[in-house]
Ligand binder design. Sequence first.
Ligand code: NAD
Length: 480
Amino acid sequence: MNHIRSYWKNFIGGEWVDGADGGRIAVSDPATAEPIAEVARAVPADVDRAVAAARRCFENRALAAMRPSERGDLISRLADKLGERVEEIATIECLDNGKTLAAGRAEVALTQRYLRYYGGMADKLEGRQIPLGEGLLDYTIHAPFGVSAQIVPWNGPLPVGARSVACALITGNTVVLKSPEDSPLSLFLFAEACEQVGVPPGAVNIICGYGHDAGAALAAHRDIDHIVFTGSVETGKSVLRAAAERVIPCVMELGGKSAGIVYEDADLEQAAGSAARGIFHHAGQICSAGSRLIVHRSVHDDFVARFKAEAAARSVGPGSEGCDMGPLISAKQLERVEALCRAGLDEGATLAAGGSRLADRPGHFMKPTIFTDVRPRMRIAQEEFFGPVAVVIPFDTPEEAVAIANGTDYGLAAGVYTRSLRLAHWTADRLVAGQVYVNEWWAGGVETPFGGTKRSGYGREKGQEALLGYVQTKNVGIRL
Ligand code: NAD
């Protein structure tokens, strides 16, 4: 299955280029820890070149000259192009990202949905006419910022990257996107699609480099106008400091420690299945994973038994072998997750399932893990694992459940399991989170605005709201 290209170049100004200093980054398969390919390593000189290409394209008005509907068609054609390469992309997602093949295919379908959704919105972002009385005409324009710098994490580079690029292009911005050094390959196929459908040269530039080097240089570049950052809170803060120097706007999609509340009237079988998908999908490496389960004391043991059965039913191993749950992205990430598990045991939590790596094979595989006897202030209940680890915390009253759910620095997603619509709404109203799922983790999708509160960030991706993060209102007042 490993028939992928051995070396990939950066895509700048419509050309495929080596790194300015000839450096390369080795990409390895997290399921084997073996190298699979190399990519050109972008350094600050490459960032300069990419930003200059994006600036030229913005200034020559290649996008502005197109009708919005034409920009939308272009984005929709990107979806068609990706559709011609589903198996290739799924294989790449499997090899450089550790996804299962089914998840890799689903990533392509999701990306196509984003592209078609935003392609279809290109001609629907309308301004306002503001009445000022006779002799005056006043209207608003959704003006692009200019060059949008986009920094993408490794867990879902294709859909996360493509949705931001789509929003930027249909609103008339040009893009420099830094792909994640751990899993950069699928975004190069996206760059190829951009080339094939005729995206104007320089409108989309995709480079791969290390975060502290190319990422930091991009965020601090004097000639970018806008930043979309998806990644960890700590990196997000450094990006914001760089943005503050030049007072440019940011969309920040950061981490999470999202909680699902299981009330005593919930359908426990359904809740356990949904909760298990919420934390074990992609081995928990999803910002909105449901990593805390807050369970009414009267159904706690019953729920935990069903949740454990869900964990036990999942096979762990390479996606290429058809396993249900793949590896973590790197040895470093696996060590982090295991270390936090050890901290949980030290603090007195009980391991109900998993807790360690798969010792009998190479690759970075972590067992599906469940902790019980967890208190809300324990580190395992506060810190993001970004791995397949759930903690279960009992509660007695709805007020207590909500206080526990809201009791972290994060506020990305939250969930409620109940048969009572009144209780669902009461709870959704009080949860501090950008998205609330009732009776199905990840209820919603491409159409539903997604983003953080508190340290999980601000701004929204997905849905119509996302477009508002890529434009600034310009008012034109005319004395006739
Ligand atoms: P990370 O912050 O380490 O890296 C994210 C990106 O930032 C990478 O491309 C990296 O190269 C780059 N980067 C690193 N240091 C940088 C610097 N100093 N300046 C500029 N760029 C830099 O995060 P990660 O470990 O790759 O991803 C996991 C984190 O991302 C988790 O916290 C997760 O919750 C979060 N995440 C959030 C969302 C969301 O939509 N809210 C989605 C996916 C992941």
